[in-house]
Design a binder for this molecule. Structure first.
Ligand SMILES: NC(=O)c1ccc[n+]([C@@H]2O[C@H](COP(=O)([O-])OP(=O)(O)OC[C@H]3O[C@@H](n4cnc5c(N)ncnc54)[C@H](O)[C@@H]3O)[C@@H](O)[C@H]2O)c1
Length: 329
């Protein structure tokens, strides 16, 4: 069994690799070749936390696996991660565990790569200004994803906590610099969105994080954070102006994302707002951007076959490079 730590993953797997892995997963999903049963949740005793199990099978590559994520808020006080995650990948010849992979890094890469794929497919090629809402655990990888697919000169960062913005910019200015981009602290949500060509929201908000009427014509918007019906970060106005939403997984987005569920309950638009999935876009089954002035919107809630395909690709790279520890149980 191959054991891969965060540094092992990062030494062999780039954001571009993650984007290509997600493309593969999107296509397999849209071709109906993946199986993703509902997540299994158990509560830990004494309200200490929750154990979440997310299995998936990806046909095409014939690999099954499971992501195990725990949500233990008290861990922060113990100096441990509050949402530890591990991905288990199974061998397709023997059914044995082939690899055990640090799951937080894998999740950051595969989630950011969703926005990477969407931005690559949908944003205007001449995009030069980015706006990033949210500076939490996912944000740095999200920044890298949009910089990987578009030559942005500037990315404006906004969070409800200005201290977090300051710390984020300090921690990520070297990363942005590698792509020739500069990070700036947006003085307000409006200040971040004004003139932005690529907007990524990756927050835990329950209300829209920017004003949809202020989004520039021709902009591309990625909605990453809202994964429950109660959460919301995309303004309905920007969805209405776009008129179409591209989803990572149409069914899951309609069932889980407050960004769509809340305005749909208000009768602002119906399920037909989903134009299709990123996999269908990659397969040429649906039309992407239709004009330079059109606003494009992608909404994701994530799904477990992305984890399995990404795990498979990471393991292939690690084996080729001789990276990681091999152990026998
Ligand atoms: N789509 C997917 O596949 C996927 C995968 C992983 C995580 N997520 C979701 O992405 C979200 C972000 O994850 P994280 O780990 O970075 O969370 P986090 O808790 O580490 O950070 C969230 C950040 O959002 C900021 N924020 C909250 N409300 C805001 C607002 N109105 N405007 C601006 N900033 C605001 C917070 O201050 C914080 O800095 C979570 O909801 C998470 O569940 C989605």
């Amino acid at each position: 069994m191959l054991v891969l730590s965060r540094s092992d993953i990062l030494s062999v797997f780039s954001m571009r690799d993650a984007i290509e892995a997600d493309k593969k997963a999107f296509v397999l999903h849209s071709q109906g070749k993946c199986r993703v049963p509902l997540r299994i949740n158990f509560d830990a005793a004494d309200e200490k936390g929750q154990y979440l199990f997310m299995p998936a099978y990806a046909g095409g590559i014939d690999r099954a696996g499971i992501k195990i994520v725990s949500v233990f808020p008290g861990n922060a006080a113990k100096g441990r991660p509050s949402v530890p995650a591990t991905v288990v990948l199974l061998d397709n010849e023997t059914g044995e565990v082939a690899a055990l992979i640090e799951g937080t890094t894998l999740t950051q890469l595969r989630t950011a790569a969703i926005a990477g794929v969407a931005t690559e497919l949908l944003a205007r090629p001449d995009s030069s200004v980015g706006a990033l809402f949210g500076t939490g655990g996912q944000a740095s990888a999200q920044l890298e994803a949009i910089l990987t697919v578009r030559s942005l000169k500037e990315v404006r960062v906004f969070d409800i906590s200005p201290e977090r913005v300051e710390a984020f910019i300090k921690a990520n200015e070297a990363l942005a610099g590698k792509f020739g981009a500069r990070l700036s602290a947006a003085p307000s949500s409006d200040g971040a969105v004004d003139g932005a060509d690529v907007i990524t929201a990756v927050t835990t908000a329950t209300k829209p994080v920017f004003d949809g009427t202020k989004v520039k014509a021709g902009a591309h918007v990625n909605g990453i954070g809202a994964y429950t019906p109660a959460m919301q970060e995309l303004p309905p106005e920007v969805i209405e102006r776009a008129g179409r939403v591209f989803a990572d997984n149409g069914e899951a987005v309609l069932a889980e994302a407050g960004d769509l569920i809340k305005p749909m309950k208000e009768g602002r638009f119906g399920a037909g707002i989903i134009a299709g999935e990123l996999g269908q876009l990659l397969l040429g089954e649906i039309e992407g951007r239709r004009s330079a002035e059109e606003i494009t919107v992608m909404k994701t809630v994530g799904f477990a076959s992305l984890d399995v395909v990404t795990a498979y690709e990471i393991v292939e790279k690690a084996l080729a490079a001789g990276v990681g520890k091999t152990i026998d149980l």
